[in-house]
Design a protein around this ligand. Structure first.
Ligand code: NAD
Ligand code: ZN
Ligand code: ZN
Length: 378
């Protein structure tokens, strides 16, 4: 089968790879109909997530049609249309039972974190979903079966695999409520969806920050938020504090690791954090009001183990973060899409065949050709 594979830093290639087969009795094989590229995939191709072997299949935002089911599978049957959440989760451990499926205790043979499709040996070593076929373990728990009478096209539903519930979790976990001022750092796909959910949760003011013009414009036009290009301010965090009369109630960081920096610059930036480098995390700590909340949705890695803890402590800031436990949010968010209460499709800028994945990664990474979100069609 064809699949998008990791070949080295900034080198992805569509290659012929062996098709997956059922390995455990509760596995299924899904024929992928649509699959998206995520900002998290950019961290992989920038070499920021360790243990990515040559030829590793990438991708964790897939949906498709069930092709084959293992003998113990009862939740889904052949020909069902399914959305596959990015988190691989058993459904039985304490974490899965307590709405923290992204930290499932049983899915990652290689460490103490949860496991994710197509996200390195460190995070479980499971081949990803930017491919023609995908093996899905623990199929009695995670897959969301789309009801047979649903006529919505893939595009409306695909992002339920990750960024819709991730964005919802971000505002929910941060406790955004009526009347809040919310700052969203990043106007990529995750930031844009987060802005929508901030309004839905009752925010009275939403301020979005980025530096890519067309993305700021999209945020302004589509989500009706105030926008700030952080390169236009000496210190955008302090500016936000000023215009909000003391800082935002909640700042949601939808940026994470900065892929433009080399590992050496990353190290320098991590060391500079205490002195005020302009990484998103530092903007967040300046823009939040005393007693406010910073929610890190953007992915961070071990290079960011230095953190401006002293300032945050002194100002009673709550910091929450993590891989989003998406699975239990999917049914409700699916209903919202069916009812027309939520529509994620405005973020799709490109629809391309899987064969053009290399080009797709290039424009998404370089923020070229107006690229916001790419859907690949195997
Ligand atoms: P993206 O790369 O398209 O978007 C990031 C945006 O941030 C870009 O538009 C970039 O210009 C902007 N940016 C860069 N530095 C900035 C700064 N200092 N201040 C403000 N904006 C800045 O990626 P995406 O698909 O939107 O994903 C965003 C983040 O969310 C990534 O880190 C991704 O790994 C993470 N993510 C996390 C989870 C989770 O479970 N926690 C799930 C999905 C994605
Ligand atoms: Zn993702
Ligand atoms: Zn589990």
């Amino acid at each position: 089968m064809k699949a998008v594979t990791f070949q080295g830093i900034k080198d992805v290639q569509v290659k012929q790879m062996p098709a997956p087969s059922i390995l455990k009795p509760d596995d299924i094989i899904v024929k992928i109909t649509s699959t998206a590229i995520c900002g998290s995939d950019l961290h992989l191709i920038h070499g920021m997530i360790p243990n990515m072997p040559h030829d590793f299949i990438i991708g964790h935002e897939p949906m498709g049609i069930v092709e084959e089911v293992g003998p113990n599978v009862t939740k889904v049957k052949k020909c069902d249309r399914v959305i596959i959440p990015f988190t691989i989760a058993c459904g039985r451990c304490w974490y899965c039972q307590n709405h923290l499926e992204s930290q499932c205790d049983a899915s990652n043979p290689n460490g103490e974190t949860g496991a994710y499709f197509g996200y390195s040996e460190t995070f479980g070593g499971y081949p990803g979903g930017q491919a023609e076929y995908l093996r899905v373990p623990f199929a009695n728990f995670a897959p969301f079966v789309i009801p047979e009478d649903c006529e919505l096209e893939d595009e409306k539903l695909l992002f339920l695999s990750d960024i819709i519930p991730t964005a919802f979790w971000g505002v929910d976990e941060a406790g955004v409520k009526d009347g809040d001022t919310v700052v969203v750092l990043g106007c990529g796909p995750v930031g844009l969806l987060t802005q929508k959910f901030a309004w839905m949760k009752g925010a009275k003011r939403v301020i979005a920050v980025d530096y890519i013009d067309y993305r700021l414009e999209h945020a302004r036009k589509t989500n009706r938020v105030e926008t700030l290009d952080f390169t236009q301010y000496e210190n955008v965090g302090e500016y936000i504090k000023e215009i909000t009369g003391g800082g935002a109630d909640v700042v949601i960081d939808c940026v994470g690791l900065d892929g433009k920096m080399t590992p050496l610059e990353m190290l320098g930036s991590a060391l500079k954090l205490q002195g005020g480098a302009m990484g998103a995390i530092v903007i967040a700590s300046q823009a939040v009001r005393k007693g406010g909340t910073i929610q890190l949705v953007g992915v961070y890695g071990s290079r960011y183990n230095q953190f401006p803890l002293g300032d945050l402590f002194a100002r009673n800031i709550t910091v929450k973060m993590g891989q989003a436990p998406v699975i239990h949010y999917i049914p409700t968010l699916y209903e919202w899409i069916v009812e027309g209460k939520f529509d994620p499709t405005d973020i799709i800028s490109h629809r391309l065949p899987l064969d053009e994945a290399k080009h797709a990664y290039e424009i998404f990474d370089e923020k070229k050709d107006g690229c916001i979100k790419v859907v690949l069609k195997p």
